[in-house]
Design a protein around this ligand. Structure first.
Ligand code: ASP
Length: 298
């Protein structure tokens, strides 16, 4: 089987000054995930490891450095899916978990699929994931960003554009040909308290089915949800097109049906990877068997 791994670090109007930290961050995450696959680890382990790296990197809108909601707090969402079994796990509105993707994985392994807020944090404690203070995840950059939004509240239609940081995601194919995908985010800058976007929604922000492939999405969550972007992208792999063609078809649907903006990464069962986006930038990195090194761009 052909090993492959692709990650993204968000799509949007990433400013010039943030390009290099994004590019570097996705490259490191892809390396870490790749090492897991090379050592015989599962696609799920690789996805989790790569996403943890980006959650811990304040360049990205996930885990530490997540954007703040209107109340000045972080609320994080994450999801993970096993393409071999169609098992999935998701959490939303989590405030005190440093690595929400780890929690999503534990939810996947439990009897339920989706836990939110207080219940998700209670579950974290039950399975031995320590809680951290919300304040410990807030970075000075995001506090300044929030203060700027408080002073000059963005018009509702503009609110989705104010964050240069990115959601993160990963799709991996392991030695057994199993595919997994995951997504983690702090959501949209200055979002309403309790707002949940596409990222933790199975089919919208993430999808994996090892008969076809796996996907992780980023961008304007309300639009992505309405077209179920990740499932649409995975279904577009039927018949064996290049994954970038399937990703393009999915993003075209996002744009034409609901005027949405965003990006999606894909890997298919043959270990081919691809991506597409209709924003000005998207941070991404990939590596597959036969390649000497990770290719990262933003
Ligand atoms: N899709 C995420 C959300 O709507 C945001 C992003 O990808 O940047 O919460």
């Amino acid at each position: 089987m052909t090993l492959a791994l692709i990650v993204h670090g968000g799509s949007g109007d990433i400013p010039d000054a943030d390009v290099e930290p994004h590019r570097r961050g996705v490259a490191v995450a892809a390396h870490v995930g790749w090492e897991v696959l090379l050592k015989g680890g599962s696609a799920l382990d690789a996805v989790e490891a790569a996403i943890v790296v980006m959650e811990d990197d304040p360049a990205f809108d996930a885990g530490t450095g997540s954007v703040l909601n209107r109340a000045g707090e972080i609320e994080m969402d994450a999801s993970i899916m096993d393409g071999a079994t169609l098992d999935a796990g998701a959490v939303a509105g989590v405030q005190r978990v440093k690595n929400p993707i780890r929690l999503a994985r534990r939810v996947m392994e439990s009897e339920v699929t989706f836990l939110i807020a207080r219940g998700a944090e209670q579950f974290a404690q039950q399975v031995g994931i320590p809680l951290s203070e919300n304040a410990a995840l807030r970075t000075p950059e995001q506090i300044a960003n929030w203060q700027e939004c408080l002073a000059n509240p963005p018009a509702p239609a503009q609110a989705r554009f104010v964050s240069p940081q990115g959601t993160v995601g990963c799709v991996a194919v392991d030695r057994d040909g199993k595919i997994a995908a995951g997504t983690s985010t702090g959501g949209m800058t200055f979002k309403r308290v309790g707002r949940v976007g596409d990222s933790p929604l199975i089919g919208a922000g993430v999808y994996a089915d090892h008969l076809l492939g796996g996907a992780s999405a980023t961008g304007w969550g309300e639009a992505i949800t309405r077209v179920v972007l990740s499932k649409v992208a995975v279904d577009a792999l039927a018949g064996g097109p290049e994954p970038s063609e399937a990703a393009r078809a999915a993003i075209e649907r996002l744009a034409t049906r609901v005027g949405g903006t965003g990006g999606v990464i894909l890997a298919d069962t043959a270990g081919r990877v691809g991506h597409w986006y209709n924003t000005s930038r998207m941070a991404r990195a990939y590596i597959a068997e036969g390649m000497e090194t990770v290719i990262a761009s933003c």
